[in-house]
Design a binder for this molecule. Structure first.
Ligand code: ZN
Ligand code: ZN
Length: 257
């Protein structure tokens, strides 16, 4: 991991303008493989659709995605400033502590984002911060980034508050952030890569799937969670059709060979 620390350490003393450029490049380097990987999954699993094909790509979607990359970079930039001020510690530990941090961040952000997402669906806030994302009922990988700037900033603020309170290790944070992109992406590919037997695996079956978030795009009253089904089950907002839709996506493939 020494290479990682060597990469990050210069950010402590670099001019803040250069830091912004650095985090902008970093966020762009996350975006590109995410979209390429997402589009690859769409093609590989095209027979297991969980939503209809998306409408043709618009300039609005591209513009909002660019805006999201800039907002995410600003969030990272503020994170670096907080780290330089020792308000975010991000210790360079490795080992079991890293795994613990990844699990804590995963579950804590899952809960915080569930609450934020439900609040964003309140009739007073929905038109201002969340209706932009829901214009796209049939998502494509890019839809993950098609967000109102207030929404991207809100998610970013949740993250910064959490890592200011909880002193997660740098590697633990990076594992969580990678999972965040993977789950976000899988929720917007419109196909179900997981096999039917996934729903039979104890505990694992409560981890979110592509079907789960695709249903939210079609039915705004259910499935507000992102990484797990825990909070939707606990608060009674899970789609009653979840298992049926998951099985149906898998049976389509069986029918088509
Ligand atoms: Zn979505
Ligand atoms: Zn929503």
């Amino acid at each position: 991991m020494q290479w990682l620390f060597d990469l990050i350490d210069p950010l402590r003393t670099m001019g803040l303008g250069w830091v912004f450029l650095w985090v902008l490049v970093e966020n762009t380097l996350i975006f590109i493989p995410a979209i390429v990987g997402g589009e690859a999954l769409v093609r590989v699993f095209k027979q297991k659709a969980v939503s209809d094909a998306p409408d043709p790509l618009t300039r609005m979607e591209i513009g909002l995605s660019v805006c999201t990359i800039v907002i995410n970079s600003l969030v990272t930039w503020v994170g670096v400033i907080l780290w330089r001020a020792d308000l975010i510690q991000a210790p360079y530990d490795t080992g079991l502590r890293v795994l613990l941090d990844a699990v804590v961040l995963f579950l804590a952000m899952d809960f915080l984002m569930y609450v934020f997402h439900r609040v964003a669906h309140h009739p007073l806030l929905y038109p201002i911060i969340h209706s932009t994302h829901h214009r796209y009922e049939n998502p494509r990988p890019l839809t993950l980034f098609v967000l109102n700037p207030f929404e991207s900033a809100g998610f970013g603020a949740l993250w910064l508050v959490l890592v200011t309170i909880y002193p997660a290790t740098l590697v633990g944070m990076m594992i969580y952030l990678t999972l965040n992109v993977v789950f976000g992406l899988v929720g917007h590919i419109g196909v179900e890569p997981l096999p039917r037997r996934y729903l039979d695996i104890p505990l694992i079956r409560y981890i979110s799937t592509s079907t789960f978030h695709a249903e939210h795009h079609g039915d705004k009253d259910h499935n507000f969670g992102f990484y797990t089904l825990i909070w939707d089950r606990l608060f009674g907002t899970i789609s009653p059709d979840y298992e049926r839709d998951f099985v149906q996506a898998n049976s389509v493939r069986a029918t088509n060979g």
